[in-house]
Design a protein around this ligand. Structure first.
Ligand SMILES: Nc1ncnc2c1ncn2[C@@H]1O[C@H](COP(=O)(O)OP(=O)(O)OP(=O)(O)O)[C@@H](O)[C@H]1O
Length: 368
């Protein structure tokens, strides 16, 4: 296999507000705007950001539960956004979803065994014996006793129900699991058990996770890389350690500063920024964060900042902290550029390549 397992290119979702003959004049909610990233097998990419920034819409677009306005979602190089119904059905088994609220996402009338074998039975007929063996195996995989297969969801605890949701997602041997706030509804101790289960499964099966969460404590625990979203766009995408040690985008800095600090030895960052997230119907011109940004300069009010690669392998969209005009300089000084991040840059991992190449080739046109 060449290239990343999951690649998302320039994904965009606009929800029209109402309908009409003159479609161009209908206002739209810009839920997701030009989002690009990629995920390798066995990697966990976390998507974080305040409520309404577009995290769940990205998850729904990845699963093709909603159609994109623009952009592509590729698994092993195949664009699932362009597939017709039948082809999409079989590609879907490569990607499964675990939801926030296991109770409402599980059919209350089916037993645990029926719930977790149902996805497989959508693809192939199973004998009673096969169904029983599959259910027992999946329950063991998620740390539950096979005897639980006869129970209804109402007879299970919250943690057991979430394990069931994970077993169901695992039943089709997916390459990617999208977990949307998968542990947010659970008690802290149960959260830790479920997160450890996910990490174990990832190690055993090489599953890639796209993990959506507003809880930075959880994210720091499990992420290999983190994408920070603000008003539909990725503003920073960085290896987890680098992001938490030294956030570059002022919004990332504010998010981390606002998060509870579990480690008393860790110094709190400056006070988080004030104000509300602006409306996605009429987002601010230029950088959408500029009205709340303590560093904003004139350019931030005019141009949307492009995602610019930094020397430590992250990309940042900020005119002040990551000026786009630095790119040609950075590339010219390739010897000073860490080989790993240069390779990532060349392979386009995490970067909207076309946009960056445009910047490199025509810095005046694209950047200034
Ligand atoms: N089906 C829809 N129709 C219209 N607007 C929508 C729809 N789904 C989401 N939106 C809007 O798109 C924006 C992004 O929503 P989304 O649920 O993706 O954000 P989120 O970051 O997941 O928020 P939360 O953490 O609160 O779930 C919001 O302004 C939301 O109101």
């Amino acid at each position: 296999m060449n290239g990343p397992l999951l690649k998302v290119e320039n994904l965009t979702k606009h929800y029209p507000l109402g309908s009409g003959i003159f479609k161009k004049s209908i206002p739209v909610i810009r839920a997701v705007e030009d989002v690009s990233f990629s995920v390798e097998a066995g990697e966990t990419l976390c998507i974080v950001g305040e409520s309404g920034c577009g995290k769940s819409t990205v998850a729904r677009l990845l699963m093709r539960l909603v159609a994109p306005t623009a952009g592509r979602v590729l698994i092993d190089g195949t664009d699932i956004a362009g597939l017709k119904k039948d082809a999409l059905h079989s590609w879907r088994r490569r990607m499964q979803m675990v939801f926030q609220d296991p109770y409402s996402s599980l059919n209350p009338r089916l037993t645990a065994g029926q719930i977790i074998t149902e996805p497989v039975e959508n693809f192939e007929r199973l004998s009673r014996k096969q169904r029983h063996a599959l259910a027992a195996d999946l329950l063991r995989k998620v740390g539950m006793s096979p005897e639980m297969m006869h129970r209804l969801p109402s007879e299970l605890s919250g943690g057991q129900r979430q394990r069931l949701g994970i077993a169901r997602a695992l039943s089709l041997n997916p390459s990617v699991i999208i977990a949307d706030e998968a542990v947010s509804a659970l008690d802290v101790s149960v959260q830790a058990q479920i997160l450890n289960l996910l990490l174990d499964l990832q190690q055993q099966m090489g599953i890639a996770f796209v993990f959506i969460s507003h809880d930075l404590g959880v994210v720091e625990h499990i992420a290999h890389r983190v994408a920070v979203m603000y008003l539909g766009r990725i503003v920073e995408l960085a290896p987890s350690e680098a992001l938490f040690a030294k956030p570059v985008h002022p919004y990332t800095e504010a998010l981390i500063a606002a998060a509870p600090v579990p480690d008393p030895m860790r110094v709190r960052l400056e006070a988080p920024v004030e104000g509300e997230v602006p409306s996605p119907i009429n987002p601010p011109k230029g950088c959408a964060f500029h009205p709340r940004c303590p560093l904003a300069v004139e350019r931030c009010r005019i141009d949307v900042p492009p995602l610019v690669p930094m020397a430590d392998g992250r990309v940042v969209a900020c005119h002040v902290r990551a000026p786009a005009t630095d790119i040609p300089g950075q590339l010219a000084e390739a010897s000073g550029y860490p080989p790993a991040s240069l390779a990532r840059f060349r392979s386009g991992i995490g970067y909207p390549k076309a946009q960056i190449l445009r910047q490199v080739q025509h810095p005046r046109e694209a950047g200034d």
